[in-house]
Each structure stands twice: as C-alpha cells, then as structure tokens.
Design a protein around this ligand. Structure first.
Ligand code: NAI
Ligand code: X2X
Ligand code: MG
Ligand code: MG
Length: 347
C-alpha cells in the first residue's frame, strides 16, 4: 500500500497503480458478480464493473426499475434476472438494496449464501446494526464492503469521464483467506479512484454523520438560514439565491475542489477574504455543538433506529416524496429552479 501523508498523519492507501484493473480482473476472473438492486448505487457499480470487463449480472424485481435496467443494456435471462435467480447464480453477492429493504430480503439472501461465496456491501449499516437488522452472515462466506464516497450517479458520471470517486473498503469476515484481495478488486472494479481502509463501524458512523452534516443536512440548514435573513431584510429571491447557493456551486466550490479553501479565498477580493477569515470561526463555534449532538445520535444508534423504523413502513415512499416536495416548494429552491433555467447552457 502507498503511504500518503494526510496533513501530518500517514495512512496506507491503495491506488490504481499498485492494484491495476488488470489485477482486479485476474482476482475476479472466476466470479459471477450479482448486483442485487438497481436503485442509485446498483446502476453505477454494475455498469462500471461491466465496462471494466468483469462478469456481472443484475438481480432486480420486476417494475419500473427493472425496465430501466433493460434500457441500460442488461438482457433478461442473460445478464438480468429476478432477485432469487441472480442470488443463485452469483458467487459475489452485491447487496445494494436500500438499507431498510436489506432487512426485509435478508432471509432470502441468506439461503443462497453457500460456503465460499462472498457478500459485498457498500455501507457498514446492515452488519454494524445487526441486533436491529438481523443481518448475520454464515461463518463460511467472505464479507466485505467498498463504499464509494458519493452518489451512484456521480460514480457512473465520473467513470464515464475517465475519473474516479474515492471509496473506503473494509473486510468484516475472511472465510476463504482471499477476502481482502477480492474486496480491493471489487472496489477497483466499481470504478474507484483511490481506496482507504476502514471497518464497518467506522464506515457507517462517519457516513451517517457526513450525510446528516456538511454534505446534506447542515448545508441545507445553513443555506436556509442565510436565505431567510436576506429575504427578511428586503432582498429579492434572485439576489438571495445567488448570494447563498448559485455562486457557491457554480463559482466557488469548483475552486475549493481544485485547490482547497485557502486558494478559493486567495481568488476572492481582499474585502471578502477579510470578512470570511473573521466569520468562519463564529460559524464553527455556533454549529459545533450541533455536530457533537449529531455524532452522539449516530453513536447511540438513535439515527439507525429512526432510519430503520421510518424507512420500513409501507407508506414510506409517499411520506418521503411529500417531504422532498416540501423542500422543492421552498421559495429558495423555486428561485433556484428559475436561476438554473437562466444559465446560458440551459438555454
Ligand atoms: N445512494 C447512494 O448513492 C449511496 C448508497 N450507498 C449504499 O448503497 C446501498 C444501496 O443504496 P441505494 O442505491 O441508495 O438504494 P435504493 O434506495 O436506490 O434502492 C435500491 C434497490 O432496492 C430495491 N428495493 C427496495 N425495496 C425492496 C424490497 N422490499 N424488495 C426488493 N427490492 C427492493 C429497489 O427496487 C432498488 O432497486 C445502501 O447500503 C446505501 O447505504 C452508499 C453510498 C452512496
Ligand atoms: C452519497 C452517499 O455517500 C451518501 C450521502 O452517504 C448516501 O447516499 O447514503
Ligand atoms: Mg456516503
Ligand atoms: Mg450514506
């Protein structure tokens, strides 16, 4: 593994140079990789693995998503099957149903996990919370995860563009002595850039914190707060949206992605630099207690409990859609739709 210094802490990283695609192909040559579920991660991972020359089949129940798999080029009876058939044919089972659905389908999956097969996850959820999920794999199968750090949609887009999303990987159970190399080969196969090692507990704990925090929950909260203050003080929706979201996503975050926050700062006015240098600490101090509360809620499994309970209800989709619509209907995001429609490339 490559030793990389991350801001003073040296970590072991797996890169595509030391574990090239060719090696992944060799490790997985005799495997039938069955991707179970074709939601968000399913398509990204399955298509990337197929394009990487791996032997992939998809298992998906009939319906709209099955039709999408057909439209993506999976052939019924050849590379696309009902879930149980794919479970039977697969030697590496990629369990890519939603975390709640994994609980429901587990008794079925377990039946097909015969000795020597592998069970692959993209999240530490099912295993870490096994008291709640009931997901306890047989002792004679390998169990590991590769978790792309981003949406399955981005995983596919970046792969097609010749780039790669970073993923974490972890081995939970090594029954064959080959779990680790299979795990790394899968992580490379799904189109990862570089890989960093973790364990199932740390993966799920950091992931749940991140998505509830800066990646999704906190960012929406901070956007809403600033937008509201601007509006309450007489600024127009377009002005409030541009100063809260549009400039960030279109201009400033790409600079952060390219060269870091200091470089983005360095490319803004001295006036902006002065103010932003003064204000980031009060924002940190105001939000840190909320992040501590969030981490605790993840650690005590309150977040897992809530997610399992609410996402397992039969009407969860209807309720979810209603909540997402409520967000879409916020003035801020309706203003955003108008702003996006005015981008030159959308005209
Ligand atoms: N969404 C994402 O981009 C990311 C997801 N993950 C993880 O990847 C795994 C898969 O997540 P997503 O792709 O978001 O899942 P998803 O919510 O898109 O659902 C995947 C599939 O589950 C199927 N499904 C749902 N309920 C079912 C049931 N009762 N019986 C049979 N099939 C059912 C759906 O038809 C769909 O094909 C999860 O462990 C998730 O935490 C990890 C990184 C990012
Ligand atoms: C995209 C991702 O990695 C998330 C936000 O953790 C998820 O979809 O669960
Ligand atoms: Mg994540
Ligand atoms: Mg997540």
């Amino acid at each position: 593994m490559a030793k990389i210094n991350f801001g003073g802490v040296v970590e072991d990283i797996v890169t595509r140079e030391e574990f090239p695609l060719e090696k992944a192909r060799q490790v997985l040559a005799d495997q039938t990789i069955a991707v179970i579920g074709y939601g968000v991660q399913g398509p990204g991972q399955a298509l990337n693995m197929k394009d990487n020359g791996l032997n992939v089949i998809v298992g998906q129940r009939k319906g709209k998503t099955y039709d999408k798999a057909v439209a993506d080029g999976w052939v019924p009876g050849v590379t696309l099957f009902e879930i149980e058939e794919a479970l039977e044919k697969g030697t590496i089972i990629c369990y890519l149903l939603s975390d709640a659905a994994q609980i429901e389908l587990w008794p079925t999956v377990k039946k097909y996990l015969t000795a020597g097969k592998s069970l692959y996850f993209s999240h530490g959820f099912g295993i870490t919370y096994k008291e709640k999920t009931g997901i306890v794999p047989p002792a004679d199968v390998d169990v590991f995860l590769a978790a792309p750090k981003g949406s399955g949609t981005s995983l596919r887009r970046l792969f097609v563009a010749g780039k790669g999303l970073n993923s974490s990987f972890a081995v939970y159970q090594d029954a064959t002595g080959k779990a680790r190399e299979k795990c790394i080969a899968m992580a490379i196969g799904v189109g990862s850039g570089y890989l960093f090692e973790t364990d199932f507990y740390k993966e799920v704990t950091s992931d749940l914190t991140g998505e509830r925090g800066t990646l999704m929950g906190a960012i929406q909260g901070i956007f809403a707060a600033q937008y509201e203050v601007l509006r309450e003080n007489g600024h127009s929706p377009s002005e409030a949206f541009n100063e809260t979201v549009e400039e960030l996503t279109q201009s400033l975050m790409p600079l952060v992605a390219e060269n870091g926050m200091d470089w983005m700062y360095a490319n803004c006015s001295t006036t902006a630099q002065r103010g932003a240098l003064d204000w980031w600490k009060p924002f940190r101090d105001a939000t840190k207690p909320v992040f501590a509360q969030l981490y605790n809620s993840v650690k005590t499994q309150a977040e897992a409990e809530r997610s399992i309970t609410l996402n397992s209800q039969p009407d969860y989709r209807v309720k979810l859609d209603a909540e997402l619509k409520e967000m879409a209907d916020m003035e801020m995001w309706r203003a955003g739709a108008a702003v996006r429609s005015l981008r030159p490339e959308n005209n």
